[in-house]
Design a protein around this ligand. Structure first.
Ligand code: CA
Length: 496
């Protein structure tokens, strides 16, 4: 900040009488840093990965993937051990995070729909409250646009999925190829933006491409798992009569273990590549952490790390998300904010993607999104207060014709039980077998109890709970594609 600018700033902020110390800190920090900031509302930095399953962090128990920077956030903050998405698909989940709403309400029900221009979101609320806001990296709502979205002062994103190398970004209206590895390039942009002078609290969302397929580790990490024996999961062959038939039917598709495995063909390679893009993300987390420290804002920043959905790595024969099995719906969620999280902890209550927006606004003391949103603030869970927290929630996924290997899904999950069914969308009896799992004794979901007479009451209860939850969320009548016919052909090249 130049001398004149500093004078103008101090005058504008009514701080000409500011202490000599403050003035001195400006002089000392000089052009390297940073305007004097008296607004003590927290900054917000959200790091969002794409398709990272919940257990792909060493702090969540991964047997050989090392994520020291993610682990540090968890050790210094809170890790949610039971974080879920209400729709396990990129765009619907991203829209739910921004708006606090289920997909049936925000209407981004597939990967090809814009986030509605008029819809309230936490970035808009923070912008209205005087925050400087930035979106950097993968946005991925509507494959065909890279236009700046409402709620952001700074915009650096791209169309669709982007690529691991040389993605064309729209940076504040200038389209340019950022040569090099995606994860590093978006981190460069994020660092640059954080190091700008900030006179107000800021929000920055950093959207990574990784570990979305087709995975491409950078050379540094390409061979780090070569000496590790890659096992298939214990449930890879759990595709028998206990499961609905679509689970078997899709084995040879783009989303099954017997398909082309994103063109990698070999199972070991597939797993090594998926995991091999994550150390770069972990490095990025470390760089963001160090940058916040360097600008003196680390402890005054609500730093959140999460993923937009989970991912099956061979469980029940699948290599996708969309369905309601645990590996698909669970996501990592870590929060660091020492000014509120005074005791680091693991939170075990079930939290959802729709809780992100109300939680951020709550922690920032900003105007909430209103009583009609579906998510709830987990602020008090960060201090161990779980009074009145949810004991059940429901899941919705609508069949996508572009990826026609998963039917419509509706289900309900409690701490102990899960009920899933596959409606046709026309009110006729379901074509696929429904599922009931006692998660407390069968966490891998291998014993479908749906036909067990002793559980008939349980099924009735859970069906009623599903309807009650849908009703409470304005999800009835429940509209979805009618009679989805699953297809087994490969998807179009352009959207793979
Ligand atoms: Ca995703």
């Amino acid at each position: 900040m130049t001398h004149m600018n500093r004078r103008r700033f101090l005058k504008a902020s009514g701080a000409l009488a500011a202490t000599a110390a403050a003035s001195q800190s400006c002089a000392v920090l000089g052009s390297k840093v940073h305007a004097v900031r008296r607004d003590r509302r927290p900054n917000v930095v959200v790091i969002l990965t794409d398709d990272q399953r919940w257990d792909c962090m060493s702090c969540a128990g991964h047997p050989f993937l090392k994520t020291p920077n993610m682990d540090r956030l968890a050790a210094e903050g809170a890790r949610f051990a039971n974080a879920f998405v209400t729709t396990s698909l990129c765009s619907p989940s991203r829209a739910s995070m921004l708006s606090g709403l289920y997909a049936h309400t925000h209407q981004v029900i597939n990967n090809f729909t814009d986030f509605p221009k008029a819809l309230a979101s936490y970035p808009r609320r923070l912008q209205e409250a005087g925050y400087e806001t930035a979106y950097i990296g993968k946005w991925h709502m509507n494959e065909k646009t890279d236009e700046k979205q409402p709620g952001f002062d700074f915009w650096a994103s791209h169309k669709g999925q982007g690529t691991y190398y040389d993605t064309t970004f729209n940076i504040e209206g200038n389209r340019q190829v950022l040569k090099g590895y995606y994860t590093h390039r978006v981190t460069d942009l994020a660092e640059d933006w954080l190091r700008r002078p900030h006179t107000r609290p800021f929000l920055m969302i950093l959207g990574h491409k990784a570990p979305h397929g087709p995975f491409q580790p950078e050379p540094k990490y390409e061979h780090i798992f070569d000496n590790i024996k890659i096992e298939k999961p214990a449930t890879v062959n759990d595709i028998g009569e206990g499961k609905p038939s679509w689970v078997r039917e899709r084995l040879a598709t783009w989303h099954g273990i017997n398909g082309p495995l994103y063109g990698l063909q070999e199972w070991d390679k597939f797993i090594r590549c998926y995991l091999g893009v994550l150390p770069s993300v972990d490095d990025s987390v470390g760089r963001i952490y160090e940058t916040l420290r360097a600008i003196g804002q680390l402890d005054n920043t609500l730093l959140i790390y999460l993923s937009d959905n989970g991912f099956m790595l061979g469980e029940h024969g699948g290599i996708d998300k969309r369905c309601m099995y645990e590996e698909s719906i669970r996501v990592p969620l870590v929060v660091r904010y020492p000014e509120w999280i005074t005791t680091p902890r693991v939170v075990n209550e079930m939290v959802l993607n729709i809780d992100l927006a109300p939680s951020i606004l709550d922690l920032c003391g900003a105007q909430p999104l209103g009583r009609r949103i579906h998510g709830r603030s987990w602020k008090n869970l960060l201090r161990g207060d779980a009074r009145g927290w949810r004991r059940s929630w429901y899941y919705e996924y609508n069949y996508e014709k572009e990826f026609p290997y998963t039917p419509n899904v509706r289900g309900v999950r409690t701490d102990e039980w899960k009920y899933i069914h596959y409606p046709n969308g026309d009110g006729q009896p379901d074509k696929y077998k429904a599922e009931l799992y006692h998660l407390a004794s069968d966490p891998l979901e291998t014993k479908n109890l749906i036909d067990a007479p002793e559980h008939a009451d349980r099924v009735r209860q859970l069906r009623a709970e599903l309807l009650a939850l849908q009703k409470a969320a304005g999800g009835l009548p429940d509209v979805m594609p009618v009679n989805p016919e699953l297809k087994m052909e490969m998807p179009e090249q352009s959207i793979r």
